[in-house]
Design a protein around this ligand. Structure first.
Ligand SMILES: C[S@@+](CC[C@H](N)C(=O)[O-])C[C@H]1O[C@@H](n2cnc3c(N)ncnc32)[C@H](O)[C@@H]1O
Length: 213
């Protein structure tokens, strides 16, 4: 199901273009933290010197390894953001997409980034922007206590810049959109959303947080 969601995310490459405008990956060691099934690893492997995926769940790490079999510049380790299985000052581009770095509480992972990032490197964090867009409205309905301003203050204190982006979900089939909505939200919210939203697309605001080291 998550594969379907990833395939629907950002068909226009808005996130990719925004990251490239800050720091390209050519020749870099790229670290994907919370890489899941490794959806983004082959893309990163195209121009990076080396790509390391880190994922805590054994089954997901195994799926990521299977995905990159044959790509000799990619490795996947089972591990967590709070204890990254990479040496000090070894990473030029870090990427965490909807994984662990959700604002307050992720300080141990940020301390690890301080350790592993090379001078001149950039860390990217991609997460929902609950203040706007159709998806943002659904997200707030799902998590009414979520405080976007507190999250924004947190990232600013940590020295991260905010790049507000609007991308979209684009599905090939309505059944796929509905199935993904059902894994993202509680049953009640999912059914409301499905009843009120027609079509195959959803506008979706995200924040690209980034910091140079
Ligand atoms: C929503 S998925 C996103 C996966 C991937 N980044 C993607 O975009 O396809 C969140 C991922 O974060 C991983 N995760 C959870 N806790 C983590 C931690 N402490 N450190 C690193 N990754 C973590 C989960 O196992 C899961 O694979």
């Amino acid at each position: 199901m998550y594969e379907l969601e990833n395939a629907a995310v950002d068909p226009d490459g808005v996130i990719e273009a925004a990251m490239a405008a800050v720091r390209g990956r050519a020749g870099a060691h790229v670290l994907d933290i919370g890489c899941g099934t490794g959806y983004h690893l082959p893309l990163f492997a195209r121009d990076a010197r080396r790509v390391t995926g880190v994922e805590p769940h054994a089954a997901l790490a195994a799926a990521a390894r299977a995905r990159v079999r044959g790509l000799d510049n990619v490795e996947v380790h089972q591990g967590v953001a709070q204890r990254l299985p990479v040496p000090d000052a070894s990473v030029e581009v870090a990427h965490a997409r909807w994984a662990y770095f959700f604002g307050p509480g992720c300080e141990p992972g940020l301390a690890e980034l301080e350790r592993v990032m090379r001078r001149g490197g950039v860390a990217f964090v991609i997460d929902n922007d609950a203040t706007r867009s159709t998806f943002g409205g659904w997200f707030r309905r799902f998590l009414p206590d979520y405080d976007p301003e507190a999250v924004e203050r947190f990232w600013a204190r940590q020295g991260f810049h905010r790049e507000p982006l609007t991308m979209r979900w684009r599905f090939a089939r309505r059944a796929d959109l509905e199935a993904v909505v059902r894994i993202e939200f509680t049953r009640a919210v999912a059914e409301e959303v499905i009843a009120e939203h027609s079509g195959l697309e959803v506008d979706y605001a995200v924040n690209l947080w980034w910091r140079a080291y």
